[in-house]
Design a protein around this ligand. Structure first.
Ligand code: ZN
Length: 682
């Protein structure tokens, strides 16, 4: 099979970085505009810079992807639509990279023709995401970064365009699922404001700091898989970094080859944290994936010499100055040409214009991006033209050439904005208030479950753990793992089949790619769906979800006039991170074959519980529980509650149940989480 040549996508955190990417040979760049993207601290272009950015990219035929990959509140949604309207009017980007389901729905209705790419923040792990992405007219999926080579291959066959990360920093937490920065420092990673708690020390070590990813050794086999786009991370990185990484990967893709030892050394000198990792790709997880930036790393970076070279666009120019005819000039760049007809030449009285003179004059391109590779002139003898007229010929034909190239590199589409109303999506929030008891890690005892079944409307237990054999009626919902890869597919299907056989009614689903597994079950939306606005909730309802968790990052009043089925966590240690690696095993402390639990301690002494998840992955929980058992009347009309249990003893659980019934104040350490600020981290 002939291999596919994927396009190379580079970060453009500043105009200088964008130029560096373009000169080094990127096929596409991505950057944000306004406040609506996952790098709130990268330079987001203002109007003038936006124009320059598009001018450069269109001229060089480099595609532009605009990042809108952040979660939004109801209030912000109209502002994003206005922003897109402006971009559509002036530039028509080649795609928008999106995360928020509500925004996707709003964009689809307002601008039916714009291309959308599903951000890695949407947490798509497998080929099973195809159905839902097609439903929303999303043409490309940016796959989660945790995929193995086999899972990437499978996903690349799914029928949509696929994009993978090949180089740069990666999160230890699964994309789109990190609440750690939000809960510890009030800076939401989902809002582009990650404070990088994963780079901090825990117990004097760095158990969460992953090395940067580098797949430069695997480019030929990645091309063979049919992946459509290879992405370099780094909107916070320098132009030199962007130039050198793009230059090297350009060579690898064009040459259909793996990086040389020298190229790998240069990449590592540019930026690394004690070297690179390919652990996800090669399925070799473990402590070797982790590293911090050492003095030696910094020394290597200082010693590296990187010089960004401007790349001009070669053009050919032909010009005719003939007696009795207007001067004619034509400039050609690649397949695009422009012409200009100027003044009529006069008879020369003393010194006529020569071919040499005209050639020299037309070879100058000043500060344009063009470089004259060839000039042909046809000049009748005995004629004269003022220098200003000859300069104007050159200038005006280059202006026209610029316009022609820009036009030919701008997608043609209908950019008209269609009306749509957010209000139309609202339904009464709580048709029937629900109370939900949710368990992480292990199922509770039969004795406790019997009590819970009497008092709660729904019990949520992990799909993969053994549970007491009881009559759960229609109250049991089994929670899917946070990630289901294609390689997990058969095992998960078998677990679901078994659950069906046992009469289990509900499945709690953390991402949209898992919907194809869940036929026949009542579907509940789990917290990683990140519901932060009414429209997202409404879309989940359309997709068949009976309930959804309102994001712990917002005050529920943010969507309190929202959509039926909204539930809010009123008690529990929030799940802050979900990791592919077992942090406990990496520390050499994973002893039980079936279950492991540990703790990491930050420099303030806060102790975060770590518990095993499906596939020996981990979840890291907040050091203190969110406690709103005495605030249930202040949730903006949301009266469906989730009690989220992690490592509490059964006595402690009984005390929580009592506090919930009586609305008791907390004793012991706790957080009010999003209620603390009134609006959460938004
Ligand atoms: Zn373990």
């Amino acid at each position: 099979m002939a291999h596919k040549k994927p396009i190379l996508l580079a970060p453009a955190g500043s105009l200088d970085a964008l130029r560096a990417a373009v000169y080094a040979g990127a096929d596409a760049v991505y950057f944000g505009g306004g406040d609506f993207n996952a790098r709130a601290f990268a330079t987001n272009f203002n109007d003038e810079e936006m124009e320059s950015a598009f001018n450069i990219c269109r001229l060089y035929g480099v595609k532009v992807y605009i990042t809108l990959n952040t979660l939004l509140s109801d209030k912000e949604l109209p502002r994003v639509l206005d922003f897109v309207e402006k971009l559509e009017k002036h530039y028509r980007p080649d795609a928008y990279i999106v995360q928020d389901l509500g925004l996707i729905s709003a964009l689809r209705q307002s601008f039916p023709h714009i291309p959308l790419h599903a951000s890695t923040q949407m947490q798509f792990h497998s080929s099973h995401c195809v159905e839902v992405l097609k439903r929303y007219g999303i043409s490309r999926v940016v796959l989660a970064r945790e995929l193995s080579r086999e899972d990437i291959k499978k996903a690349a066959e799914c029928g949509l365009e696929t994009e993978i990360f090949v180089h740069g920093a990666i999160c230890v937490c699964q994309s789109g699922g990190c609440l750690m920065s939000s809960f510890i420092g009030g800076r939401s990673g989902n809002r582009g404001k990650c404070a990088q708690p994963c780079r901090q020390a825990y117990g004097g070590k760095y158990p969460l700091s992953l090395k940067d990813m580098c797949l430069a050794k695997y480019i030929p086999e990645i091309c063979d898989m049919g992946v459509d786009c290879l992405k370099i991370e780094g909107r916070m990185k320098s132009p030199e970094y962007v130039w050198e990484t793009v230059r090297i990967y350009r060579g690898l893709i064009d040459g259909y080859r793996a990086a040389t030892k020298d190229e790998l050394m240069r990449l590592s000198a540019l930026f690394s944290r004690s070297g690179f990792t390919d652990g996800y790709y090669t399925s070799r997880k473990g402590p070797s994936m982790f590293g911090v930036r050492t003095d030696l790393d910094k020394e290597k970076s200082r010693a590296l010499n990187v010089e960004i070279k401007e790349r001009k666009l070669p053009i050919t120019v032909s010009c005719e100055i003939k007696e009795g005819k207007n001067a004619y000039i034509k400039a050609t760049c690649g397949n695009t040409s422009a012409e200009y007809v100027g003044e009529m030449p006069q008879k020369a009285i003393n010194r006529p214009i020569t071919a040499e003179e005209l050639t020299a004059r037309l070879s100058k391109t000043g500060d344009t991006a063009f470089l004259v590779a060839d000039v042909s002139v046809d000049v009748d003898s005995g004629l004269i033209m003022p220098m200003s007229a000859i300069n104007a010929l050159r200038r005006l034909v280059l202006d026209r050439l610029f316009d022609e190239i820009t036009k030919s590199n701008t997608p043609a589409r209908n950019t008209e904005r269609k009306g749509f109303s957010q209000k139309a999506y609202r339904t009464p929030m709580d048709v029937r208030p629900m109370s939900v008891a949710r368990f992480e890690g292990k199922a509770p005892s039969e004795r406790l479950l019997k009590i819970l079944l009497e008092r709660f409307d729904r019990i949520e237990l992990p799909l993969w753990v053994t549970r007491p054999d009881l009559d759960y009626g229609d109250k049991l919902s089994l929670v899917m793992p946070r990630a289901v890869y294609d390689s997990d597919g058969e095992a998960i299907k078998a677990l679901l089949q078994k659950a069906r056989g046992e009469g289990v009614c509900g499945i709690t689903v953390p991402n949209l790619g898992m919907l194809p597994f869940c036929e026949g079950f009542t579907i509940h939306g789990d917290y990683p769906l990140n519901v932060t606005n009414t429209l997202t909730a409404a879309e989940l309802s359309k997709l068949g979800f009976e309930s959804y968790v309102i994001s712990a990052e917002i005050h529920p009043k943010g969507i309190s006039k929202g959509v039926a089925g909204g539930e809010y966590v009123v008690y529990g240690k929030a799940p802050l991170m979900h990791t592919e690696n077992c942090i406990i095993r990496n520390a050499g402390q994973c002893r039980d074959k079936n279950y492991c639990k540990g703790v990491i301690t930050d420099k303030t002494g806060a102790r975060f519980t770590v518990m095993r998840e499906y596939g020996h992955r981990n979840t890291i929980y907040n050091s203190v529980p969110t406690y709103l058992l005495d605030k249930t009347g202040e949730l903006g009309g949301v009266s469906s509650h989730i009690l989220f249990f992690t490592d509490e003893s059964e006595d402690e659980i009984m005390a929580v149940l009592n506090a919930y019934e009586k609305g008791l104040s907390p004793n012991g350490a706790f957080t009010r989480a999003a209620l603390k600020r009134g609006t959460g981290v938004f």
